[in-house]
Design a protein around this ligand. Sequence first.
Ligand SMILES: O=C[C@H](O)COP(=O)(O)O
Length: 247
Amino acid sequence: MNIKQYLDSTYLKTAEQADISEAENIGIFTEFIQEAIDENFKLIMIRPNRVALAKEMIAEAKSTVQIGTVIDFPEGKSSLEEKLHEAKVAINNGADDLDFVCNYEAFKNGDIDLVKEEIRECTELGLLNNKVVKWIIEVAALNEKEIIQLSSLIKNVVISTFQEDCFSKVFVKSSTGFYKTENNLPNGATIPAIKMMVENASPLPIKAAGGVRTYDEAVAMIKLGVKRIGTSGAKMIANGQSSNDEY
Ligand SMILES: O=C[C@H](O)COP(=O)(O)O
């Protein structure tokens, strides 16, 4: 099995976050796209405002690299209408996967109907357009009970709304990679969080994202049952694989 099949190679930093100019950030971004083409990654995960440029570069190189983008990133607090609008623009620009940030603050505040509605409506938009949909729950913002409850909620909305053949196209994803924790606690995918997600979201597939940096960490996630790994260290992880690794 090729570990590249699991990797969503990710570049989501804005110029401001990287503390560089917009021109410098575009330079890094184009190198990132070229790397994905050269490495033949399955998919890149990028900001919505970069989808058109990535699409152009990938088409020019006659590459099969797919494009995923993030919606309502990184806080997930926008209205349903705003989420749907951003997703429609991304679809029109050629995105293949839509990684929505779930309104986890609303969930924590008990506004369950709002969360259920956004999951139903946004997932429907994605599936109708033949896209893969992922729901980022931001595990670092949740306690254990909340990780279990939100994973189950997403599963229940999906299985009660859509046909069984769609389940494999709707992921539950751990993290944005941008959540600020107190005391430098991990802000991304951890083994305990991923375990809880796998146990409670199945049959929906899980994407581990945030802080996955090494081949061994990636394999540990795969052994827990994740189907995708979102990482800004995809090349490093892919290069950590020896040719006869099996798992
Ligand atoms: O959505 C994916 C994450 O932003 C990737 O996080 P990372 O930069 O810590 O690998």
